[in-house]
Design a protein around this ligand. Sequence first.
Ligand code: G3P
Length: 222
Amino acid sequence: MNFFIDTANLQKIKEAKDLGILDGVTTNPSLMAKEGITGTENVHNHYKEICKIVDGPVSAEVISTDFEGMVKEGEALAKLADNIVIKIPMIKDGIKALSHFRNQGIPTNCTLIFSAGQAILAAKAGATMVSPFIGRIDDTSWDGMKLIEDIAEIYAIQGFETQILAASIRNAKHIVDAAKSGADIVTCPLHSILGLLNHPLTDIGLEKFLADHRKANELANG
Ligand code: G3P
């Protein structure tokens, strides 16, 4: 399973990259706004900065909601770097745009997926990846992870090559469950990735190893 970081924050992207486990980046208009990046030129420059840090896929989302607008925006984004993936919302014109970019050989990520039907349509239109939003489904007291299982089962039966990118990940357990449920990729905030590190027995075990080592050395050195 590939690990993407879900942020537009350059420091966090660098920190994840330094761990040696980073395969790609996803962003969205809310994450860009959170970093205070506004205006087409600044947004494009920011994507170029992200693409300098990461070799793997970097999802850049269009703002337009009509076919012509999405194509124009997507083509401009695709020119910024070789590893840009055009992120397209799951709407009617988005489906047309996914087919268009498939025919152009430009990779896409269909976002805002909340049902298996939407995932089938996006795959049929040639999306490279689909982004089911796990946390936001859980927020409504439905089971986000069940959606990942359903999509994984359907794609396997039908032979769809679209990758399942589990998004709206909120914690380390979501990452583990997504791995079990057949996600090809998880995109996570840095704190969820770092949450995978945590276990109290690791801390207790390390403390004991180091204490035993200190004691043995004190005895040896008198
Ligand atoms: O990748 C989509 C993700 O950014 C949404 O996450 O936490 O806003 O639901 P969240």
